[in-house]
Design a protein around this ligand. Structure first.
Ligand SMILES: N[C@@H](CCC(=O)N[C@@H](CS)C(=O)NCC(=O)O)C(=O)O
Length: 231
């Protein structure tokens, strides 16, 4: 099966959570919008040809199936490729953690777009500064403490799973966007997980490849030094 991923072609964004699962699975996939006529293809999937169209990218085509919502896509792929245990309890627990990561990602987005995604950052900078201050002081510590406590040994589920990949991505993104706050708040357990995931052979190869788009100021995790600080 050759999967088709539909996501904005110049950013990691939420598509990156899916790319990491596809890469770790060793799955065959096309990052459609990065190819010729890719944006046209993305727009066409968003319009939908049959059934209810997806609301927003990332979108995965798996044969006849068209699947959206990042956590849903990751859980779907993980179940197919052995990246989550088979029992119902573990799958529900994994999804619970994955959805908490999605909540965290949405809050990261709101640090630079606290008023509207339709406005430029520069048009909502005052609110972004206030939002980021609270995010650094309250929300990063709350989420990271939660994930630290959620770990079972070296992994979130006791054994490697897709949720580890997503936590790796969030930790990497936080370090990019809020390097000072990250250094102050990250815990040894979380740093260890991030390091181990980054060293997995397929993930390492991916990170070193041109398929990995560098973090930038169009994506979810943006480095605006004024939104970070040491306190
Ligand atoms: N909850 C959705 C959010 C999807 C989402 O916000 N996608 C962004 C790109 S990362 C987008 O293009 N949104 C368009 C919009 O919300 O109008 C998910 O996790 O996949």
């Amino acid at each position: 099966m050759r999967y088709e991923l539909y996501y904005w072609p110049t950013i990691q964004g939420r598509g990156e959570f899916v790319r990491l699962v596809l890469e770790e699975a060793g799955a065959e996939y096309v990052d459609v919008a990065r190819g010729p006529d890719g944006m046209k293809a993305l727009m066409s999937v968003l319009k939908g040809t049959k059934g209810v169209p997806p609301f927003a990218p990332p979108i995965l085509k798996a044969g006849e199936l068209v699947i959206a919502q990042t956590a849903n896509i990751c859980a779907f792929l993980a179940a197919r490729h052995g990246l989550v245990p088979g029992d119902e309890g573990s799958r529900a627990h994994a999804l619970q953690l994955q959805l908490t990561i999605a909540d965290f990602a949405a809050e990261v987005h709101d640090t630079h777009h606290p008023i509207s995604t339709g406005l430029y950052y520069e048009d909502q900078k005052t609110e972004a500064l206030a939002r980021s201050r609270h995010f650094r002081a309250e929300r990063i510590p709350k989420f990271l403490t939660y994930f630290d406590h959620a770990m079972q040994g070296e992994h979130l589920l006791g054994a490697f799973s897709y949720v580890d990949l997503s936590l790796f991505q969030v930790l990497s993104g936080l370090e990019y966007a809020f390097p000072k706050a990250y250094a102050r708040i990250v815990t040894p357990k979380l740093s260890g997980l991030r390091e181990r995931v980054g060293e997995r052979p397929r993930i390492r190869a991916y990170l070193e490849s041109p398929r990995r788009i560098p973090f930038n100021e169009k994506g979810l995790f943006r480095r605006y030094p004024e939104l970070d600080d040491e306190g």
